[in-house]
Design a protein around this ligand. Structure first.
Ligand code: ADP
Length: 485
């Protein structure tokens, strides 16, 4: 069978000591989620390879922190490499993730923003001296690279999630060991092919994938690794945090969410419906900022739901590589089964299906295609209200009054993204303050931007990505009071 070919994927292997490594190891196969056909066979790297990658990074670290100018130059060079290859990188994202090509191209441009923004913050990491002599000393404060950083990324944004972490680590001067998701490792391999052409100290950038728990075990235990940055499920985040605890590593964890989308009766319903559409179907609803629970004030709920159902009915589901497709397949059968279970449970509890539903689409291919769906009358008891569905399902429930809206929206252990729509500015401010979410969109359902810190409260994680705050996750502050010579 003819496999996927790309000029950016001439070598398929891990990367350490400044070179692609064609090791002998067991192999695993990456599949196209739209067709389920094999796309590539890769070496299944494990603990031994992870150790080699960490050692390679540790040697780069021992050679000293790269100066600020070279960090900025590298960040811009990586951004330029993305920009020169938008179409090909997008093709690779789509073949392994399934999202529509236009979305993949948008992801590449979004990734660029992280490298450019991180470059803008590098100068602020120069050592500073306190203006006053205190305790008879001059006080100098250094932003030291924290050490080797392990960057573990999920399948939903194979390049952008890497960009969030890699840009900040490079800005801080940390060598990295990157571990992409085994479902979508090709985007990272392609990026490493581009990085290989840049002037970088060998060992600065390393890549492993294959046996995730084995690799995770190494990076959590190895003393050279001082930062573990992870985006993915809460269960794996908890495992990593526990494994790192005895070694006191810095952790940056962006975990699951359960985003509420609250619409008050005084909101502009057309605008709110448009915003919901722009938020909900990106990557077929498999994003951490994807709305999970729509809560609408009773008096406008039917009218809002009708507007949404009308929009959803117009969406085209299919292989993301086909022009005109709005929503691609889910990443795999397990993801599909979860969405199916959530919809079935909501319907069993009395929800009405206004669009989509449990409709099989074998005509679209072997992939896990779930029809974009609107459910009305979803109760707090439904599984879809408490668990992240991670699929193209809009689950609408109702509330009466501000107090109930706040109580319902905040009734979750998670705390990543929330959205509130109202025509009353004071109410928006009041409600935002009461919600324990790291990202609260007010009359907007936009996701994060590279220039601002983004991250979760409660079970949605620790730490922030984006802006200067994102870089601080990779910095150890060192203070040197200097006495008389
Ligand atoms: P998702 O649902 O996004 O696949 P996961 O949390 O399962 O969420 O995976 C996110 C990333 O974490 C992937 O790169 C995966 O390989 C990795 N991963 C899963 N288990 C472990 C582990 N025990 N140690 C390190 N990484 C892991």
């Amino acid at each position: 069978m003819k496999r996927f070919e790309s000029p950016l994927l001439s070598v398929l292997g891990g990367y350490w000591d400044g070179a692609f490594q064609t090791t002998t190891a067991d192999s695993f196969v990456v599949h196209n989620p739209a067709t389920t056909e094999p796309v590539a066979t890769l070496p299944k790297l494990g603990a031994h390879h992870a150790t080699l990658a960490v050692r390679s990074a540790a040697r780069a670290l021992a050679a000293g922190a790269p100066d600020l100018e070279s960090r900025k130059a590298l960040l811009h060079a990586i951004a330029d490499a993305h920009e020169a290859n938008v179409a090909e990188l997008a093709r690779i994202i789509t073949v392994e993730n399934g999202k529509p090509l236009a979305e993949s191209a948008g992801e590449v441009r979004y990734a660029v923003g992280f490298y450019r923004d991180a470059a803008r913050h590098v100068d602020a990491l120069a050592p500073r001296t306190l203006s006053e002599r205190l305790r008879g000393c001059d006080w100098r404060i250094y932003a030291r690279p924290a050490g080797v950083a392990a960057l573990i990324t999920p399948f939903n944004f194979p390049l952008a999630m890497l960009a969030k972490k890699l840009s900040a680590a490079i800005a801080a001067g940390c060598p990295v060991v990157v571990k992409p998701a085994e479902k979508t490792p090709l985007s990272a391999i392609a990026l490493f092919g581009l990085l290989h052409k840049l002037e970088v100290r060998p060992g600065t950038l390393n890549l492993v994938f294959g046996d995730a728990p084995a690799i995770g075990g190494v990076v959590c235990k190895h003393p050279a690794v001082r930062v573990v940055s992870f985006t993915g499920s809460t269960a794996v985040g908890q495992w990593l945090a526990a494994a790192c605890a005895p070694h006191m590593k810095k952790l940056s964890l962006e975990l699951g969410g359960n985003a509420p989308f609250v619409v008050f009766a005084d909101a502009d319903l057309e605008h709110a419906a448009d915003q919901l559409m722009s938020n909900k179907f990106r990557c077929a609803g498999q994003t951490c900022v994807s709305t999970n629970r729509v809560l609408v004030e009773s008096s406008v709920a039917e009218s809002f739901a009708a507007r949404v159902a009308e929009r959803v009915a117009k969406l085209t589901l299919g292989d993301g590589a086909i022009p005109g497709v709005d929503v691609g397949p889910l990443i795999d059968r397990a993801g599909y089964d979860k969405v199916w279970r959530h919809v079935q449970d909501a319907v069993n509890r009395g929800a009405r299906v206004l669009a989509g539903g449990l409709t099989l689409r074998p005509d679209l291919g072997a992939g896990a295609f779930f029809a974009p769906t609107v459910l009305f009358g979803v109760t707090p008891m439904a599984v879809a209200s408490s668990e992240e569905t991670f699929g193209p399902v809009i689950a609408i429930g109702t509330f009466d009054g501000e107090a109930e809206a706040i109580a319902r929206a905040d009734d979750t252990h998670y705390g990543l993204a929330a959205y509130v729509f109202s025509g009353d500015a004071e109410r928006l401010e009041r409600v935002a303050e009461k919600l324990h979410f790291g990202h609260v969109g007010l009359n907007t359902a936009t996701g994060p931007t590279p220039e601002a810190p983004f991250g979760g409260m409660r079970m949605s994680g620790i730490g922030r990505e984006g802006g200067a705050e994102g870089i601080h996750e990779y910095v150890e502050w060192q203070t040197t009071p200097i006495g008389p010579m």
